[in-house]
Design a protein around this ligand. Structure first.
Ligand code: SF4
Length: 216
């Protein structure tokens, strides 16, 4: 990896740290299992909506076994407002069945074991490990990180796993967890998919704005 790419990434990391010193996961949770469930629910849904649904859900289902043995129709109803509720309920139940049977109901702290769970991909596994356990297993690449990595010139790839690989090469591992949270926050607040606020952006001097259409 060229030194210039690492230097550019270091500038981005520094600017992110300055702009979003306290950025953290915006999903509410108390345990790794709750974060796992909330992360599954957050697919194609805002974190705000997920946070409206989870207080009752977490009161009702306290363990992996509770999810696993619940009638599917009940769980579907409980998570309906997050959208795609049938497939989300199925993922949660299949995943929790395996957690109950093979891991004594605990969420494993290992990326290889996590990605083997039904419905859990690398993105969700990185969220759980980084946010619930403080383990830097990789960089969370969601829709915001995908967009920003490309605009900021940190990756030219389109595939999330390839983008993550590029980011892991230029961002120091001790930064991975905070870097993901900060990039997501910047994507939400400033570098939106449509009409990014480049003029007011703290990155404007160092960002190549790749793929950003000039505003008339
Ligand atoms: S300068 Fe524009 S494209 Fe670059 S990070 Fe800021 S808002 Fe996004």
């Amino acid at each position: 990896m060229a030194d210039t790419a690492k230097k550019h990434a270091a500038d981005v990391v520094r600017c992110l740290r300055r702009s979003y010193p306290d950025a953290k996961c915006s999903l509410d949770f108390h345990t790794p299992l709750e974060l796992l469930v909330a992360t599954v629910l957050s697919a194609q849904c805002t974190d705000i909506r997920v946070n409206l649904v989870t207080p009752n859900l977490f009161r009702k289902y306290r363990s992996a076994a509770d999810y696993a043995r619940a009638p599917s129709a009940d769980l579907e109803k409980d998570i309906q407002s997050t959208g795609f509720f049938r497939s989300k309920a199925k993922s949660i139940q299949n995943c929790c069945r395996l957690l109950a049977e093979q891991y004594h109901g605990q969420v494993p702290r290992n990326i290889d074991q996590l990605v083997e769970l039904p419905g859990i991909g690398r993105k969700t596994a990185n969220v759980i490990l980084g946010t619930a356990f403080g383990i830097a297993s990789g960089v969370v690449v969601d829709t915001h990180v995908t967009r920003l990595a490309r605009r900021l010139g940190l990756s030219r790839q389109k595939d999330a796993e390839k983008i993550e690989k590029d980011l892991m090469e230029v961002v120091p591992s001790q930064e991975w967890v905070a870097f993901s949270h900060r990039m997501i926050q910047h994507g939400r607040k400033v570098c939106a998919a449509r009409k990014p606020k480049c003029d007011a952006c703290p990155f404007r001097e160092i960002c190549p704005k790749l793929g950003v259409e000039p505003v008339d």
